[in-house]
Write a protein that binds this ligand. Structure first.
Ligand SMILES: [Zn+2]
Length: 272
């Protein structure tokens, strides 16, 4: 079976939601170690997804402090890596990916979804890097210290990165941390394309030509991403796959059509 790389899953948050304390394995969420192995995963990115601030009014005192929540998810990740060290191992560098691969271990790469956790502090960016985070999705669906998210409002969609966001993107490149434009506004995407001399990624975004969703990318954006040597990961969420309002399920033909379009517009490179 051909190995594959998945640049996004919310399994760490699922583990936190289900157990609310440390666990020694992933629950049966979107992915787990057993199914990653069965699917011949080469690398799985694990997001530390920041709970939206809008949940505060529902969760009240149970809404976690960002630092406490991040510590908890990183602990879940760490414990799981120890528990399943024969099968999966943390990956912080390309050479670790190669050594994991030779040892027939899946590479596990930590990401942060929603740069708000950086809190406008460059030293926090350094700290997350030192703790193994190798990709940041600059925004989720609210504005933050990096910039503005995707929006159906054309004016908001053109808003770009903040001054801090621009400096942070430059610093991420110096560190060797991937810049992820999934969830970002179109204005933010353009700023990232201008600031990045090398590759950046769209970890879980589809093609707007097939599904007119503000989370998805236009053909021009796909070409810009490709010209930087970047890659995009197909999003299986049904709302991002098609414009058909009756379609409530992810199907293989819909996913394959997205992949076909990405390849036709952006191209493909096989690096197996
Ligand atoms: Zn997301």
């Amino acid at each position: 079976m051909t190995p594959y790389v998945d640049m996004h899953c919310d399994t760490l948050m699922q583990a936190w939601l289900k157990h609310k304390k440390d666990i020694d394995h992933f629950p049966k969420a979107m992915v787990d170690v057993e199914r990653l192995e069965q699917g011949n995963s080469l690398a799985q990115f694990f997001a530390v997804f920041m709970p939206p601030v809008t949940l505060k009014k529902y969760m009240g005192p149970f809404f976690p402090k960002d630092d406490v929540y991040i510590d908890k998810l990183l602990k879940i990740f760490e414990t799981t890596m120890q528990e399943h060290s024969d099968t999966i191992a943390p990956c912080r560098t390309y050479s670790e990916l190669e050594s994991n691969r030779s040892a027939k271990r899946i590479s596990a790469i930590l990401t942060l979804e929603d740069g708000r956790a950086v809190d406008s502090k460059m030293e926090k960016l350094d700290d997350y890097f030192n703790r193994g985070i190798r990709l940041i999705s600059l925004t989720w669906n609210q504005p933050n210290c990096f910039g503005n998210p995707n929006s159906s409002d054309p004016e908001l969609m053109q808003k770009g990165l903040t001054e801090f966001g621009k400096d942070a993107v430059k610093h991420m490149q110096e560190l060797g941390m991937l810049v992820d434009v999934s969830h970002l506004s179109d204005g933010g995407f353009n700023d990232v394309a201008e600031l990045c001399s090398g590759p950046f990624v769209a970890s879980h975004s589809n093609c707007r030509a097939l599904s007119f969703h503000s989370r998805n990318m236009t053909d021009d954006m796909i070409r810009t991403l490709a010209s930087h040597g970047g890659v995009m990961g197909v999003n299986f969420g049904p709302q991002f796959l098609t414009d058909d309002p009756k379609s409530k399920e992810s199907t293989i033909p819909l996913i394959a059509a997205q992949l076909r379009h990405m390849i036709d517009v952006g191209g493909v490179e096989w690096a197996v």
